[in-house]
Design a protein around this ligand. Structure first.
Ligand SMILES: C[S@@+](CC[C@H](N)C(=O)[O-])C[C@H]1O[C@@H](n2cnc3c(N)ncnc32)[C@H](O)[C@@H]1O
Length: 194
């Protein structure tokens, strides 16, 4: 079977990041590839990704470090903010809690973790087992068109799945936005948390 026959694509989804800004240094997990957060915020970003080729592909601006989000090599309470722009969908579900715990640990008190991701229904079976998410991303003064694709798994994922995960590790949800099949969740680390 050729690759095309395995592809299942949802409709084009729009993300508007024109209003997204940061107060301090932002840790972007999985910041390789298009490196959207790095394109938006430049040298305010520390982009980590376990794949050096993905980091090399991303635009210049951020500090790029080869690192896995499941085992961050930063001290506790280092960052003001963290982001995951369609990265969690690429990480196996069994590791999601560890990633949330690691992000929580390296955020300062009141630090925020913003997650953009997509609703993926459970894999219905059949030949189409690659789930594609075409995106039109609005940055300040620039529009990027890209497609993210992952192997479609049995369990799927949605916004509530990530909200429950975040709350389980101690985050408070401060923002929830849904637009068609994609969503943005703002998590906050409570003051005086560990
Ligand atoms: C294709 S990109 C998606 C979007 C990317 N954030 C962007 O702005 O274009 C997903 C990235 O997640 C990375 N990734 C996969 N597993 C990871 C992990 N355990 N920790 C951090 N990044 C990971 C992949 O290497 C890949 O570069």
């Amino acid at each position: 079977m050729n690759q095309d026959e395995r592809m299942f694509s949802i409709d084009v989804q729009s993300v508007n990041l024109a209003e997204y800004s940061s107060k301090g240094i932002v840790l972007d997990i999985g910041g390789g590839g298009e490196g959207i957060i790095g394109q938006l915020l430049g040298d305010k970003v520390v982009a980590i990704d376990p794949r050096s080729d993905e980091l090399e592909e991303a635009a210049e601006g951020p500090l790029k470090i080869v690192m896995d989000a499941r085992e961050l090599k930063f001290l506790n309470k280092t960052f003001d903010e963290a982001t995951s722009f369609f990265t969690l969908m690429y990480i196996e579900k069994q590791y999601h809690q560890k990633v949330f715990e690691e992000v929580y640990r390296v955020l300062k008190d009141d630090g925020e973790f913003t997650v953009w991701d997509v609703t993926i229904p459970p894999y219905p079976g059949g030949t189409k087992d690659i789930f594609l998410v075409p995106l039109e991303i609005e940055l300040r003064g620039k529009k990027i068109t890209t497609t993210y694709g992952v192997l479609w798994t049995k369990s799927g994922q949605d916004m509530n799945y990530y909200i429950q995960l975040g709350e389980r590790v101690g985050f408070e949800v401060v923002k929830k936005e849904k637009n068609k099949q994609i969503y943005c969740i703002g998590f906050k680390k409570k003051t005086n948390a560990n």
